[in-house]
Design a protein around this ligand. Structure first.
Ligand code: F6P
Length: 322
């Protein structure tokens, strides 16, 4: 391997810049060249590639977003698109890749690597924490801290007005943001896509819960089967007209901001490990950290969707929100 291409793809997450910096500096440490690819697979196709040096990643470890930008590419889904992408990589002398992203990124990487035999490893970059083979994904810690800060603020006003708030957090297919932030913000109930009959459970909780609590906060993951915060808000208002109910959707603010120390360290560790993995002949794998050890998980296992959630965390919510 002489020249490693690095790209970010799919939804951005805080800490992606720290990962890019780690990949670039580690590659240079091993006397390799590095090529930055802008806008993920889209930039690979359009040829938006440029050489990177130590300076091109200076002063970015603390910045949210991704200096390489990101995109979701329709063209890369086609064999013709991937053929063009491969030709561009050859043109720039890129002979191995590190992709930072989530399931879409790894699905593309696996197909591309199989078709053209180019070694690719992935780094887990998503706020959703929904990848297998790593305890945490890059960006999750920052996102949950952002959510907790926002919900604390909502709690202040909810308490002043004796209101019930339904707060929607991100997580298209995963309730992991909702679960942890619900515990940390003392939510009265949490609705996540991994558990069923959430609405019945919610009504039960509202009926069993202490009446004298002046504020109530329900955290709902956007992917919950009950249909999003506004729909739940409508149903709750209809069933409990006595509650003064409000809805707040936190949205994309959850994807921005300076990465936390945890995310910067995670990104730095897996970034170094990714380059070393390529040099040791690894490919088709996501580099994560499990129990504080670097772990290597085949792309197809990393993206396996699971509906398993830590039942202990769910139990904690039940006990503590009484
Ligand atoms: O996968 C990360 C994520 O933030 C999800 O939680 C969310 O559903 C989705 O991306 C939003 O994507 P977009 O950038 O297309 O709005």
């Amino acid at each position: 391997i002489k020249n490693i291409g690095v790209y970010t793809s799919g939804g951005d997450s805080p800490g992606m810049n720290a990962a890019i910096r780690a990949v670039v500096r580690t590659a240079l440490y091993y006397n390799l060249e590095v090529t930055g690819i802008r806008r993920g697979y889209e930039g690979m196709i359009t040829g938006d590639l440029f050489p990177m040096d130590r300076k091109s990643v200076a002063n970015i470890v603390q910045r949210g977003g991704t200096i390489l930008k990101t995109a979701r590419s329709e063209q890369f889904r086609t064999p013709e698109g991937r053929q063009i992408a491969y030709r561009q990589l050859k043109r720039y002398g890129v002979d191995a890749l590190v992709g930072v992203g989530g399931d879409g990124t790894f699905t593309g990487a696996k197909i591309f690597s199989n078709e053209f035999g180019i070694p690719i490893v992935g780094l887990p970059g998503t706020i959703d924490n929904d990848l297998q083979g790593t305890d945490f994904t890059i960006g999750y810690d920052t996102a949950i801290n952002t959510v907790v800060e926002a919900v604390d603020k909502i709690r202040d006003t909810a308490e002043s007005h004796d209101r019930l708030f339904i707060v929607e957090v991100m997580g298209r297919d995963s309730g992991l943001i909702a679960l942890r932030t619900g515990i940390a913000s003392g939510a009265e109930a949490i609705l996540i896509p991994e558990t069923k009959n959430n609405l019945d459970a919610l009504y039960h909780r509202l009926e069993q819960g202490r009446r004298d609590k002046s504020s109530k906060i329900l955290i709902v993951a956007e992917g919950d089967e009950a249909g999003g915060a506004f729909e739940i808000g409508r149903l709750v208002k209809e069933k409990y007209p006595n509650y003064d109910t409000r809805v707040s959707v936190l949205g994309h603010m959850q994807r921005g901001g300076h990465p936390t120390c945890m995310d910067r360290v995670l990104a730095s560790r897996v970034g170094v490990a990714a380059v070393e993995a390529l040099l040791h002949g690894h490919s088709h794998e996501m580099i994560g950290i499990v129990n504080n050890e670097i772990s290597y998980t085949p792309f197809e296992n990393a993206i396996k969707h699971t509906t398993e959630v830590d039942s202990n965390l769910l139990r904690i919510v039940d006990i503590l929100s009484l």
